[in-house]
Design a protein around this ligand. Structure first.
Ligand SMILES: CC(C)(COP(=O)(O)OP(=O)(O)OC[C@H]1O[C@@H](n2cnc3c(N)ncnc32)[C@H](O)[C@@H]1OP(=O)(O)O)[C@@H](O)C(=O)NCCC(=O)NCCS
Length: 227
């Protein structure tokens, strides 16, 4: 019997903002390195989000109304964890199949449990025995150390350092260059400021800044039912 050629799926990036445009490039690099999709375009509520930014792909519609097709795969390039989870889970409930965009320079050990809808940007590292939930973003040069547990929807920005045995709850946001020291626990929807260091624990929905991290205020996540 002749070998059947498999048609690649079409990847759709949810969010056409600055990060979405970066993810477009990372996804093209992943496709060139063998990922089984081609990069199709973006979903964004703002149909003019790409105006002024020359891109080879356009906006296909809004995430709120888009009807996912069987040959499409999705990834959510939105930084704010609540909004990311709300949109990604809404699409998933309508049948969207999420995939992982892993840049060829990302280093991922062999003994990790990874969810779906991940974005692993250039030079990011996940070492060993790490559990990563769904819709987690690890931006440029971010690292997750051994035995860490990362909840759904976390956004770990550039150069973040999640060390060994750390637990991040759902929807945690780490600003650029934030560090979380070994065994520390960060509660759901907490935000750690850029350049800040968490020593022990952070309560859910709090914003922490500084070295060592001090509570700035409670954080009221954007309404997850809205939009
Ligand atoms: C921590 C953070 C979320 C707080 O945002 P916010 O609630 O809007 O807070 P504000 O900007 O009103 O700042 C409140 C105070 O905290 C201070 N502050 C804010 N972020 C800080 C940080 N990372 N380190 C030290 N101090 C900080 C501000 O100077 C301000 O101090 P003041 O009241 O004495 O003037 C935000 O400042 C931050 O660090 N975000 C990370 C951004 C990032 O890395 N993005 C990456 C993707 S581009």
């Amino acid at each position: 019997m002749p070998m059947q050629q498999r048609t690649p799926s079409r990847l759709i990036i949810v969010g056409a903002g600055g990060f979405g445009r970066e993810v477009y490039d990372w996804a093209c690099a992943a496709a060139a390195a063998g990922a089984d999709w081609t990069v199709e375009g973006f979903l964004d509520d703002n149909s003019s989000a790409l105006e002024g930014f020359p891109m080879p792909a356009g906006i296909l519609g809004s995430a709120a109304t888009y009807e996912p097709q069987a040959d499409e795969r999705f990834v959510c390039a939105i930084g704010e964890p609540c909004i990311k989870l709300q949109i990604a889970r809404g699409l998933q409930a309508r049948g969207a199949q999420f995939t992982n965009v892993i840049h060829p320079t990302a280093l991922v050990g062999r003994q990790n449990r990874l969810g779906v809808g991940l974005i692993l940007c250039p030079y990011s590292v996940i070492t060993t025995n790490v559990t990563v939930g769904d819709f987690v973003t690890l931006n440029l040069h971010g690292t997750i150390g051994h035995d860490a547990v990362i909840g759904d929807g976390c956004t770990l920005n550039n150069h973040t350092d999640v060390t060994g045995w750390v637990t991040l709850g759902e929807g945690v946001f780490l600003g650029s260059h934030a560090s979380v020291l070994p065994h520390a626990r960060v509660g759901d929807y907490a935000r750690i400021g850029a350049g800040s260091t968490v020593l022990r624990s952070v309560k859910p929905q709090t914003t922490v800044i500084g070295v060592p991290g001090q509570r700035l205020r409670m954080f009221d996540p954007p309404d997850r039912r809205a939009g």
